[in-house]
Write a protein that binds this ligand. Structure first.
Ligand code: MN3
Length: 204
């Protein structure tokens, strides 16, 4: 049984950066529905005993194309939003520490450069999708983006450690058409301590 994370903060705790109604709708409606449908479709496909990472990395094992796509879309919707909502804090660490800090400086030059690359990936993703910071198989870091609810597992890109949702449902109630303003706000509540922990887990 795949379950939504319990939000580690109140629905209004990310105000004014991410508003209460958006959190309530995004987590309480969109994410909830993806999770319920993923459970249904994973069961139908006979893969519900596997981890979400395993399922999303091995979609080709599901022969029926319509069912495979339903597992991909809803499994991505389940998994991506668990990552998304888990990484925020009302009192976030403003920068990574330890191994991730060193790796970011080595790869991108600075945290500001990485954030600029993520913002570009997120603003230039046409339509609905996600921008990601990924640890590739060789241990290197990469900024990338995917369409719809696809993610680095479904696209065989590596292990995601930061998930930036750019579907309109993530920002439209507060920011309307201003996706770049939402992206700036995203970084105000992103807890780099949590991203650092994901990195340590990915490279251990
Ligand atoms: Mn979303």
């Amino acid at each position: 049984m795949f379950e939504q994370i319990t939000l580690p903060y109140a629905t209004d705790a990310l105000e004014p950066h991410i508003d209460k109604l958006t959190v309530e709708t995004h987590y309480g409606k969109h994410h909830k529905t993806y999770t319920a449908t993923f459970n249904e479709k994973a069961t139908e496909a006979g893969v519900a005993d596997k981890t979400a990472e395993e399922i999303l990395s091995n979609l080709e094992s599901i022969e029926d194309v319509a069912l495979r796509n339903a597992v991909k879309n809803n499994g991505g919707g389940y998994y991506n939003h668990n990552m998304y909502f888990e990484q925020f804090s009302p009192s976030p660490a403003a920068a990574p520490t330890g191994a991730l800090e060193a790796k970011i400086n080595e790869t991108f030059g600075s945290l500001d450069e990485l954030k600029a690359k993520l913002k570009t990936a997120a603003t230039t993703r046409f339509g609905s999708g996600w921008a990601w910071l990924v640890v590739k198989e060789d241990g290197s870091l990469e900024v990338t983006s995917t369409a719809n609810q696809d993610n680095p597992y479904t696209e065989h890109m590596g292990v995601p450690i930061l998930a930036l949702d750019v579907w309109e449902h993530a920002y439209y109630l507060k920011y309307m058409n201003l996706r770049p303003s939402y992206i700036d706000a995203f970084f105000n509540v992103l807890d780099w301590a949590k991203v650092s922990a994901k990195y340590d887990e990915a490279v251990k």
